[in-house]
Structure formats: structure tokens, C-alpha cells
Design a protein around this ligand. Sequence first.
Ligand code: FE2
Length: 197
Amino acid sequence: MAFELPPLPYAKNALAPHMSEQTLDFHYGKHHNGYVVKLNTLVPGTKYESMSLMDVIAESSKVAADKGIFNNSAQIWNHSFYWECLSPDGGGDPSGALYDALTSSFGSVDTFREQFSQKAVTLFGSGWAWLVKKADGSLAIEQTSNADTPVTGSDTPLLTCDVWEHAYYVDYRNARPKYVEAYWNLVNWDFVAKNLG
Ligand code: FE2
């Protein structure tokens, strides 16, 4: 059973002007799809062949020799999660339990946005910024490098921002801060609230 590219939750032009159709063409159609194609060349004949994507990520993360399998499987999951974090109807402020959780953890939603943006902008090289729920129920903002993902640990991811250059170079060239600023217009708070549970 081959791994598959999940459908985008919206049309490729639905996130414009904050994120262009051309960015989605490349980021979803080439990069995300590329991880799927690559993983499907790596797993046949291995113990990973019949595992779920989550199990592939968890198992390959423990085996140095399977770094390629880890990188591609984790990037498939990270990107599928990232697309769900965005919405043409996104942006604005969260409400309800999520608003309360962000306010009590960070002081205000604006302070949360500032701190998350800071983590996204300052991450050196390629990677991801995350809002996670820790095992003790508290919220935290984290950075992961390259394909690394919170799902290999005990944290529950609530929100992510892809800060690989391929996420913003088409629309914002090297200006990662401009991309992160635009990102807030797309954040799907309903999805974040659902992840908070
Ligand atoms: Fe990406």
C-alpha cells in the first residue's frame, strides 16, 4: 500500500493574496508530493512497508541508518498538518477555550503571535515553528529543524508554520518576516481549537 498525497483542503488559489497559487503549485505540488514519491521508493522491501505513516515516523526516528525514511515520512506529516493550519477563512482572533488557553499561557493573543513569530523568524536554516500542548497540559512554542516534528515526542502539535525557504521564496523572496506576518491572515483557529481538544 503506497503512501498518498492527501488532498489540499482548499483550492490552490484560495490563499491569495497572502500565499499565491504559484507557491501552492510548488510547495504542495512539488515539495510535499516529492516527499510522498520519495518515501514510496524507499520503503518497499523494508519493515516500514506495511506501517502507518505515524509508525514509520516513530520507528525510523530511532534508526540512524533510516534517516532518509524519517525525513520523507515526517515531512509528509508536517506538510499535511501545515495545510490544515491554513484556511481562506482564517485569520483574526481565536475564541472560546483556545482564546482562554492562549491568554493564560502567554498573557494575550497578541503576545502569543509575537512570540510565535519570533520563533519562526529566528529559526536558523530550514524547519518549523510549533504551538504545542505539553504532556502536563501547558502550551509552549517550539522550533524544530529540517524534518523534525513534535510527533516523535510527547507534545501534541496544535499549530505550525513552515519556515523552509520553499514556503515563502516565490511570494516574499528572502523576507521570511513578511511571510510570517502574512501567515497570521490565514491561520485556521478552528483547526487549532480542535487539536487543543
Ligand atoms: Fe514545506
